[in-house]
Design a protein around this ligand. Sequence first.
Ligand code: AMP
Length: 283
Amino acid sequence: MTTINTVDELNNFIRNSGNNRKSIGFIPTMGALHEGHLSLIQRAKAENDVVIVSVFVNPKQFTNSDDLKRYPRTLERDAALIEKYADVLFAPDAEEMYPHGSEVNVDVGTLGKVSEGVYRPGHFNGMATVVLKLFNMISPTRAYFGKKDYQQYLIVQQMVRDLNLDVEIIGGETVRAPSGLALSSRNMRLSREEQEKATVIYRALCHGKQMIQKGKTNVGKVLNGIKEILTQEPSWKTEYIEIRSIKDFSEVANVDSSVVVLIAGYLGEVRLIDNMEVTHSLL
Ligand code: AMP
């Protein structure tokens, strides 16, 4: 595996990596890598000739400067973790990605203004801007995104459709700790005890899914059931609980098609999100 820090070097690698028919699998990340990232990287390795992983903590997608400052940075450890699977680790700094004078940004439209977008205005535009830049630098055949960030996954798919990008977007299932807690780089900021407390999110999602599977189709009732579980953990502060259509991410009043249940909030100082699909075949 080669670590590359500049766009010029990356261009050279892409140009010299043999003929254009080689497929490239690309996994954009912000580092502090864990098994969730690894599952995407391993899948990319199985499905492509070349695997490129980027590690870039993208300032444009942070709405809170403190959150940006505290985001874990563990590049050496990340490199060791993915060495077996990746051909290139692309780890530019902010000046390399946004040289002085960069001004043009992607606007992802309405999908960026709901759910996470309400609490993190501008987040998805910043995310899409960096993802588009990385796609342009790498020209991947396939790019891998986790369903842990469900809205992000849908927005990237929409960007690919709307801007006619020539890349296949693959969604990977959420990888969880044995406790059910979704793996996240932000979990590093939680103590062991807090990580245990954060499992309330998973229990609440499972409860919501069970209610729907047992035939509760009224969204209000399902949301109340989920709230009841979440209030059992005093350290958890809910930001939102939503049930949205898997197809177009619209909010549903009745669960009669495949949906995703989404939860966001704070465990102490750390913001966590998670979701669970309830697909039609399970209803
Ligand atoms: P991040 O480094 O948090 O920006 O995440 C990089 C990619 O890894 C995104 O596509 C995430 O959705 C994905 N990812 C993060 N956590 C998980 C997880 N627990 N399971 C599956 N994919 C994940």
